[in-house]
Design a protein around this ligand. Structure first.
Ligand code: 13P
Length: 301
């Protein structure tokens, strides 16, 4: 299957991008694997004609906006993001009316229409830098993830208006998951994604995006890590650090949408050029302004 995909990829002048939560074989197949920020930068930079995006819809939409002249394919058209769907452009407009002078920062896990209504986009890797770059004293609306929003408010000391969105995969990780796992592996470092709930984050040693987790482990002298995020990242962590041990904080932290992408579907995507992700031009133009700022602001080291 890998050989077949390679042949099809060459024929189509395609590049395969995969998120760190993808099934292991998809990560292994990809030309580039990364977090939301890394994948957005790759999508903007690549000279391939076709991008096969192994991730969820908002990621493929982001690639389509940043590389409007390319064909972006999502191998499963139902691979969505429930968090992204918790906000709409209409709901955001109503919130903006309540705070007419506020700047809007939207997490990349959002629909294209919401990005188009926002001033800045961010990922978990650069949300703190994006908010810190905004003028002091300006009110900031942050949508749609309340847990990432609280993390950003905490790190920046800024007063954010939050939207009550959450990631269903991250909120299943409980305080007990952390304390019980830590009791079994007391010498380990707990790395949690900022989308986790506040009690989980308080019990964790490091709050990092998936890409930052990979960088952190590389530099760390520790050999045991508890991982509080979607378990797909453990494949990448193990592959890059075969001598270290990684323990999932919860085996229930599985994103069903990320796991919809299979090798069969990647083959079909390349054979039939499906499913094309298209964003209307007026939305693309407006959303790109917010996204360009996101890819231009460097992630935390
Ligand atoms: P990262 O940007 O950390 O990879 O996170 C993506 C995501 O969707 C988290 O749920």
């Amino acid at each position: 299957m890998f050989k077949k995909i390679k042949r099809l990829k060459d024929e189509r002048k395609a590049v395969i991008l995969a998120h760190n939560y993808q099934p292991g074989e998809i990560q292994d197949l990809a030309d580039f694997r990364g977090d939301s920020l890394g994948l957005s930068i790759k999508a903007a930079e690549t000279d391939a004609e076709v991008i096969v995006f192994c991730g969820v819809k908002f990621m493929a939409e982001t690639a389509a906006i940043l590389s409007a002249e390319k064909t972006v394919l999502l191998p499963d058209k139902h691979a969505g993001c429930p968090l992204a769907d918790m906000i709409t452009a209409d709901k955001l407009s109503k919130l903006k009316q309540k705070y007419p002078n506020a700047l809007v920062v939207c997490y990349v896990n959002s629909p294209a229409e919401v990005k188009a209504e926002s001033d800045y986009c961010c990922t978990s890797a650069n949300a703190v830098e994006v908010v810190n770059s905004l003028p002091e004293g300006r009110k900031i609306i942050f949508v749609p993830d309340q847990h990432l929003g609280r993390f950003v408010a905490d790190r920046t000391g800024r007063d954010l208006v939050l939207w009550p969105g959450y990631c269903a995969t991250h909120v299943v990780i409980t305080e007990d998951d952390i304390t019980d796992t830590k009791a079994k592996y007391p010498e380990s470092i707990v790395m949690a994604h900022p989308e986790c709930t506040e009690p989980v984050k308080e019990l964790s040693d490091e709050l990092l995006s998936t890409g930052q987790m990979l960088k952190f482990v590389k530099k760390s002298a520790a050999k045991h890590f508890i991982v509080a995020t979607e378990i797909g990242i453990i494949h990448a962590l193990k592959k890059e650090n075969p001598e270290a041990k990684f323990i999932a904080a919860s085996d229930r932290a599985i994103c069903p949408n990320m796991k919809k992408i299979t090798l069969d579907k990647v083959i079909r995507a390349l054979e039939d050029m499906q499913y094309k992700v298209m964003v209307p031009e007026d939305i693309t133009v407006k959303a790109k302004t917010a996204l360009d700022k996101m890819v231009g602001i460097l992630p935390a080291k």
